[in-house]
Write a protein that binds this ligand. Sequence first.
Ligand SMILES: [Fe+2]
Ligand SMILES: [Fe+2]
Length: 376
Amino acid sequence: MEAVKIKENIYWVGAIDYDVRIFHGYETPQGTTYNAYLILDEQVTLIDTVKAPFTNEMIKRIESVIPLDKIDNLISNHVEPDHSGALSELALRCLNAKIYTSPNGQKGLKAYYRALQGRPMEVVKTGDSISTGSYSLQFVLMPMVHWPDSMATYLVEEKVLFSNDAFGQHLACPERYDDEIGLERLLERAGDYYANIVLPFGIQVNKLIGDISGLTFEMICPSHGVILRQYIAEVAEKYAFWAGDGVQEDKAVIAYDTMWGATRLMAEKIAAELKEEGIKAELLNLGRMHVSEAMKHTLEAKYIFIGSSTLNRGVMHTVAAFLSYLKGLNPKKRIGMAFGAYGWSGESVGIIEEALTSMGYEMRPARKAQWWVEEE
Ligand SMILES: [Fe+2]
Ligand SMILES: [Fe+2]
């Protein structure tokens, strides 16, 4: 359990979770990492921690560089337990360490951890900075990227941004840097993460990009996945794209589930028609795919068409799950369509139509088929 030196005086001391497959309902087929970073200076600083079961692993990595009780500053960029899970244990073992967090961070940490309730904290906001000797650390609040407490920390002299959940990727791998995994894999993982975590917060992402636009970066160190050093501009450009309209005009997803195949035939027919229009459609069988995988494919789709057979006067439960998940993540300004086959009553299409209409989508006319025969 060795620390990884990423720059003079800066070490990665996090943990790699190869086994995690569900992350608050989001499927993580390639696991994830919980990144913590140690900065050596006259004062020693730890930025973020790891999920609680990985506490010892992180401590061993820190102790491969310095004794644990040499830590002077504990910076908590985000309360969520994947990053603060080891903080109360560290706070108990580093009794003189100061804890730095945002105003909402203080509330959250004290609510989550009994051991931190009586512990004084240094509450910081955008523009505040601390000196650790020869280094200064600046704080940038980034509420809702990903929780109200979230913030980033910038190491001025080294031009390193510790961006917490922003620019992260759920990926467990031996590599620690973006150029070691390649741009294609990096953007695929970053897109999957954006679609499932960051998508509702486009306005806040734009604000963050504005707040850090005057800074220069040699490295961006997120709290999940690999460190950015080669492809910072590419990932930042993608974030700006996704946070704006963020769609490919010629891309559609047709997400459906089907009882006996009629709704799938409709999906295939719709895809063929879209092809005639010059629109590429991806068929997503929700009966065979986790909602978060479907969401990754939906991220840049201008057209979101959803189909379900009618089952028990409703939609199939897989489609209900996707509609609920989609509404929560709230991709905006898309073009929708509802379709589906039925035997007797045919409620599914109306339910989907209502859901997509309530999201403000421009709708194409819905399509229904009784058994196999599509209605005019
Ligand atoms: Fe988070
Ligand atoms: Fe996280």
